[in-house]
Structure formats: structure tokens, C-alpha cells
Design a protein around this ligand. Structure first.
Ligand code: HSE
Length: 307
């Protein structure tokens, strides 16, 4: 068996407006690369990080923490060296920490005679995610490992449902160059929500899932609404309302905060709508003195994969 493997770990969009801490999807063509070496000495050593200034010490690095959790949890009798090549900006809201955490466990899995399941991998990856956000949430690591669109249908017992493909949709990602730490974006959320909003939000998530199984375009677009989180987090994102208006004017069918932001995602039925929206929003942000990155993407059916 080869003792070295190189992988790709995709960026992901979590929450997707109607499923806070539950819903997420993988993006096509945006992601990190990682290299793993199986070594006889036990433990995890991070040998190289490019693209971002992140801790080399395994216990302080999300990939390191996820890898340690898996080596210990599975009682594996070997050690791992990891190279991390970050392409997803930290604090961008498209699953940067999740890509590292999910990549770590996916990489180790390649060396097992009997690989463990995506559900078990997600369990270990969440340990790394918790280092970044202070909370074990799986809505980024699950789609990063499974690909496509995933719904966390329970944390105790832990259950993940892979939803029908959304690969016919076009996705735009706009990343204004400010950093939002997930921990901070969680800290501003209220501990309690009004019952009527909780009921409407449950209907939106149910409507979203139904729309995918029945492919009901109208229900899909109507369901992608966020009553609970967006009203609090949008204040962290400059010009949120103006960019939302641009997305509607350019023909996008849904718009919202990707994960904890600041990236914004939108869906459209045609690539031209996404490209026009990204161009107009970029011009708008630049007129306000803010740099942005834009990505025209799709929902990827693939999670992490070996290169
Ligand atoms: N569900 C998490 C949150 C995702 O919004 O805090 C973080 O990327």
C-alpha cells in the first residue's frame, strides 16, 4: 500500500438559510489540498502549511485535532504527517476549518484496510471543527465528506441524510474581504427565539427538503429563507441589503449568508444570472472601497477525493 496520499477537500456552504447547523452543500472547484504520509512513529505531525498562517502544533490546528481524535478513537497503530495547502481563506465562511478537519480524517481513512464510514469520519472531523468555532457542528464537515447536499437529521443519535442532487443549479459566492470568526458570529445569536419564527423556520426546512424530492422550483425558492439567524448576523456584513437587492435584480432565486459569513451565496437557474450578479456586486463593493473575491460554481456531487 502507498504510504503517501494527496487529496482535495472542497469548500462548503452551511446553514443554506433554512437549516442552521443542519444543512450544507459542497462547492465545485474551490478547495484545499492536503498531503498525508503514514509513518511508524505514533502521533500527528504537521510538516508544512502554505496559503495561510496557521498553527503548526497539531493540538492547536483543526486538522491536527481531527487527526488525533481519529487515531486515538480507532486505536490506530501508526502516525501521520500532514501538509496543508490552504486555498480557502480562513474566516471566509465557506468552510475553511471544515475542509482541514474533514480532509484530515478522509486522508487517514485512505491508509485503513477497512475504511470507516462517512458518518464516523464526520464524527471525528467535528472535533477539529469545535477547535475553530467552540462548538461541534457538522453542517460543513458533512458535505465536505459526503459531497452534494447533506442534512444533519440528529446529533444524538448522530444521523446524516444525503439529500437529492442539486447539480443542475448554479451557485455564486461573493467573499468581501473582512474576517468573521465563527465563534464571534455565534456569540451574537439570541439563546431563545419566538415560537412563531421557530414554526415558520421548521416549515421552511421541511419545504426545502420536499422541494428537492419533488423538484418543485417555486417551493425551493420560497423555502430558502432565514428568519432566525440572518437578522442578527447581517449587521456583520457591510451592505448586506444592497447586495441582496442586486441578487434579486439579476434574477437569482435565493441569497443568504454562507455559514457564519462574511461570504454570501446565491442560487440561480442559469449561469448568466450568477455571473451578472457577481460582476454587479463586485463593482458595488469596490465603489465602497471593499475588495471581494467572486466564484461562479455549482453544487458538487463529490466530497473530499484523492488527487
Ligand atoms: N452552522 C455554523 C454557524 C456554520 O453558522 O455557526 C459555520 O460555518
Amino acid at each position: 500500500m502507498n504510504n503517501e496520499v494527496k487529496i482535495f477537500c472542497p469548500a462548503t456552504v452551511a446553514n443554506v438559510n433554512c437549516g442552521f447547523d443542519a444543512l450544507g452543500f459542497a462547492l465545485e472547484g474551490i478547495g484545499d489540498e492536503m498531503v498525508f504520509r503514514k509513518v511508524p512513529q505514533p502521533g500527528v505531525v504537521i510538516t508544512k502549511i502554505t496559503g495561510e498562517d496557521l498553527p503548526m502544533e497539531a493540538t492547536k490546528n483543526v486538522a491536527g485535532v481531527a487527526a488525533i481524535a481519529m487515531l486515538e478513537g480507532e486505536a490506530l497503530d501508526f502516525g501521520i504527517e500532514i501538509e496543508i495547502h490552504k486555498k480557502i481563506r480562513c474566516g471566509s465562511g465557506i468552510g475553511s476549518s471544515a475542509a482541514s478537519a474533514a480532509g484530515a480524517v478522509f486522508g487517514i481513512n485512505q491508509f485503513l484496510k477497512t475504511p470507516i464510514s462517512p458518518l464516523e469520519l464526520t464524527h471525528y472531523a467535528m472535533k477539529g471543527e469545535a477547535l475553530a468555532s467552540g462548538h461541534e457542528h457538522a453542517d460543513n464537515v458533512a458535505p465536505c465528506l459526503y459531497g452534494g447536499t447533506t442534512l444533519i437529521t440528529g446529533y444524538d443519535p448522530f444521523r446524516i441524510t444525503a439529500l437529492p442532487p442539486m447539480d443542475h443549479l448554479f451557485v455564486g459566492i461573493l467573499h468581501p474581504h473582512i474576517k468573521i470568526a465563527t465563534k464571534d458570529a455565534r456569540a451574537i445569536l439570541p439563546k431563545e427565539v419566538p415560537l412563531k419564527d421557530a414554526i415558520t423556520q421548521a416549515q421552511k426546512l421541511a419545504g426545502f427538503v420536499t422541494s428537492l424530492y419533488e423538484w418543485d422550483k417555486t417551493l425551493f425558492a420560497e423555502s430558502l429563507q432565514d428568519l432566525l439567524i440572518e437578522p442578527h448576523r447581517k449587521q456583520l456584513i457591510p451592505h448586506f441589503d444592497a447586495i441582496k437587492e442586486i441578487s434579486i435584480a439579476e434574477g437569482c432565486i435565493a441569497f443568504g449568508i454562507s455559514g457564519s459569513g462574511p461570504s454570501l451565496f446565491c442560487f440561480a437557474f442559469a449561469k448568466a444570472h450568477i455571473d451578472n450578479y457577481l460582476a454587479t456586486s463586485k463593482t458595488y463593493y469596490m465603489s465602497k472601497g471593499l475588495e471581494v473575491d467572486t466564484y461562479s460554481s455549482r453544487v458538487s456531487g463529490q466530497g473530499c477525493y484523492v488527487l
